[in-house]
Every structure is written in C-alpha cells, then in structure tokens.
Design a protein around this ligand. Structure first.
Ligand code: HEC
Length: 168
C-alpha cells in the first residue's frame, strides 16, 4: 500500500512538473517597481519558463524601436485566459519581449505587467525596459512606450496578436 501511494505521488509530481513556471499572486500597485518586476521574472519564476504566444513561438522578426528579431513570452495568467473575447487581459498578466539583433543576441528586455489600479487610464499596464543583466532603463508609465502602444488600445495595448483570435 505504501509503495502504491509512493508511486502515485511520483506520478502526480511528474505530471505537474511539465510546465516549470510557478504561478504567482499578481503584483500589486503598492509593490510594483522596475526592480520588483525584474525579481519576479528572473528569480521567482524565470520568464524563459513561460509560454510563447500560441502561433508566435520562438524567435521572429520584429519592428523598430524593438530589435530586428524578438522572442515574446507570456505568463500563465495570460496563456490560460487566451483567447480573450473581451480583449482585456487579466491582472497578473506579464509579457516579456527579448529584443535581439540580427545575430539573435539579446540587447534589451521590455516588459508589460498588468497591475490592478496602477494606471487606469493606461490600461493598468506597468511598463519596463531592462538591460540583459536586469538594469532598469525605464519603468512605470514611460510616454514613449504608451504613445506607440496606445494605437492598439482596443486590444489592451498589445500589438503582436489580437487577444480574441482563435488559438492556432
Ligand atoms: C514606436 C513604437 C513602439 C514603442 C515606442 C514601443 N513599442 Fe513595444 N512594440 C511595438 C511593436 C510594433 C510591437 C510588436 C512586436 C514587434 O513588431 O516588434 C511591440 C511589442 C511589444 C511587446 C510584446 C507585446 C505586444 O504589445 O505585442 C512588449 C512587452 C513591448 N512592446 C513593450 C514595450 C515597452 C516596455 C516599451 C517602452 C520602453 C515599448 N514597448 C515601446 C512598438 C513599440
């Protein structure tokens, strides 16, 4: 009997370890900062363990001002919610974009994090840009990020994919 329970436990552990990303409680508007967000995406559960947007996997060509190549990761909060009919992402959503050059070297990391009550007029997005080592280069509500992305306000400021498009 003990053997059976042991086997069952191992089986369940194996099943649940397929995705290594640990789902976290959403960051709050009181705690959010560039440094806090970096800690979340680098130490608490590394973003490289997130999923790709279904239909936009791996390295793809990107547009200025982002790198000529990019890789976009989305955390479980967003992945599990897709497709989103209301085109409004859930609180806790984190999108990480690796901005790469033509040799696929990461030059910059740009991040959008959806934080309840952080900036209602800007879709409650916290924006951040980092060096590959995690040095904060921009954070909060940078005009540059918002002025470009707000062209896609109807899609919750997200450019790369329509939130309600069926999964591929
Ligand atoms: C001049 C326009 C422009 C500016 C400024 C800009 N972006 Fe983007 N961003 C884009 C485009 C276009 C995409 C779609 C992917 C691509 O083509 O590279 C994108 C994609 C993204 C994505 C992936 C999710 C999505 O919306 O598709 C993130 C995350 C992101 N940008 C963060 C930022 C941050 C953070 C800043 C400011 C530091 C910023 N962006 C500034 C144009 C811009």
């Amino acid at each position: 009997m003990t053997k059976y329970i042991l086997r069952l436990t191992i089986f369940i552990l194996l099943l649940t370890s397929c995705s290594k990303e640990i789902q976290q409680t959403p960051l709050t508007s009181e705690e959010i900062s560039g440094e806090r967000l970096w800690e979340r995406i680098s130490r608490e559960s590394h973003y490289s363990e997130y999923s790709f947007w279904p239909g936009h996997e791996g390295i793809n060509p990107g547009q200025a001002p982002h790198g000529v190549n990019h890789r976009i990761y989305i955390n479980k909060d967003l992945f599990n919610a897709l497709p989103i009919e209301s085109k409004s992402t859930p609180y806790g959503t984190i999108i990480v974009k690796e901005n790469m050059n033509s040799d696929w070297e990461v030059l910059k990391i740009t991040v959008m994090a959806k934080v309840n009550g952080f900036n209602p007029e800007g879709g409650n997005w916290f924006w951040a840009a980092y060096s590959p080592e995690g040095e904060v280069q921009a954070e909060g509500t940078p005009k540059g990020c918002i002025s470009c992305h707000e062209g896609m306000k109807s899609n919750d400021f997200i450019i790369i994919r329509q939130l309600d498009s069926p999964l591929e």
